[in-house]
Design a protein around this ligand. Structure first.
Ligand code: LMR
Length: 332
């Protein structure tokens, strides 16, 4: 009897303690990403951490894991679906393998003239509808973060579309980017972001594409002799969370996190342009790479070579999505 009683007391003490501990322990949000902390996405994630912890009075702690520390490109999406991490901001070019091909519309070459064009999609109904397509995958899309426009790099000059003939070019896992490289007669090679530097260094691939901020912070310029400021495509992110996790949050916490995210989004989108300008300048100063600027005539030649990708790939993306984007951009 005595034994039983003490077991009961012990367990009530134990459970009492653990319940108290649970009540006090903060909710952890693991935010995994593949780029350096010193990039538009890295800084956006850190800003979200700062604001989320502030607005929830420490009830939420955001752990940011940059540079593929936890997961590489493909694995991070699986980890989010499984609930091993709660938050990511993958590039819009990485949702195809998940079965959501519509985001690949963002990869169409020369679809956006500038950031203003882009905003018509990311801050409008088309962007919202695209995020909603993630829900059946157990993912909630919260918003879009910019990086910027991509430049091409290689170890040989790549000033005209003809210069790409036979070059092995690393791409993200997007069929549109594959078609884009094929339109240049290059050989596309899908590879995780964390592996690109070494692949360039060892000659596994000859070149790649990325906005200057990614190229610089991964030191790719140290292993690329040439780059062309082609601005031929856009790279940005969908900020996403595990839907079950998000839906089960206490509503007041969720509200605070939404506020934190809205402000972090504004911050990330405000700094991205300057981050890319600074990174480009830093690479120019470093002196490893010759940067080539396209004349308007040369740019027109690139556009002419790459434009057929739109028509060729519209059925993969979804004709209606491509149409909706054209419409929003006034391209119809
Ligand atoms: C890449 O893989 O090139 C980019 O998507 C990396 C990133 O997240 O910016």
């Amino acid at each position: 009897m005595k034994k039983l009683l003490s077991a009961a007391v012990l367990s009530s003490v134990f459970f009492g303690f653990s319940a108290a501990a649970l009540a006090e322990s903060p909710l952890i949000i693991k935010f995994s990403h593949v780029v350096a902390p010193d990039t538009p996405k890295g800084k956006g994630a850190d800003k979200f951490k700062e604001l989320a912890e502030k607005y929830t009075d420490g009830k939420v702690v955001v752990e940011v894991y940059p540079n593929s520390q936890l997961y590489k490109d493909k694995e991070e999406l699986e980890a989010l679906q499984l609930g091993a991490v709660q938050m990511l901001a993958p590039s819009l070019a990485k949702f195809g393998p998940l079965g959501v091909r519509e985001f690949e519309v963002f990869d169409l070459p020369y679809i956006f003239e500038d950031t203003e064009d882009l905003r018509k999609i990311t801050q409008g109904p088309v962007g919202r509808e695209l995020l909603d397509k993630l829900e059946p995958k157990g993912i909630k899309g919260l918003g879009y973060w910019d990086n910027g426009f991509k430049i091409m790099s290689a170890n040989s000059p790549i000033q005209t579309p003809d210069d790409f003939l036979g070059l092995k070019m690393r791409i993200q896992s997007s069929k549109i980017l594959e078609a884009q490289m094929q339109a240049l007669d290059a050989i596309p090679q899908v590879m995780a972001f964390s592996e690109v530097y070494q692949a360039l260094q060892t000659g596994v691939v000859d070149g790649t594409e990325n906005p200057p901020s990614n190229m610089y912070t991964q030191k790719m310029h140290e292993v690329q002799k040439h780059a062309t400021l082609s601005n031929h495509g856009y790279l940005g992110y969908a900020v996403i969370v595990n839907k079950k996790f998000w839906d089960n949050l206490d509503p007041s916490l969720r509200e605070s996190l939404e506020k934190a995210l809205a402000e972090a989004t504004e911050y990330a989108n405000d700094i991205s342009l300057q981050e890319n300008i600074d990174s480009l300048q830093a690479m120019k100063d470093a002196g490893y790479t010759t940067f080539y600027e396209l004349s308007p005539e040369e740019r027109a030649e690139w556009i002419q070579q790459l434009q057929p990708v739109h028509k060729k790939m519209a059925s993969r993306i979804g004709e209606n999505v491509v149409e909706a984007v054209y419409e929003a951009l006034g391209k119809n």
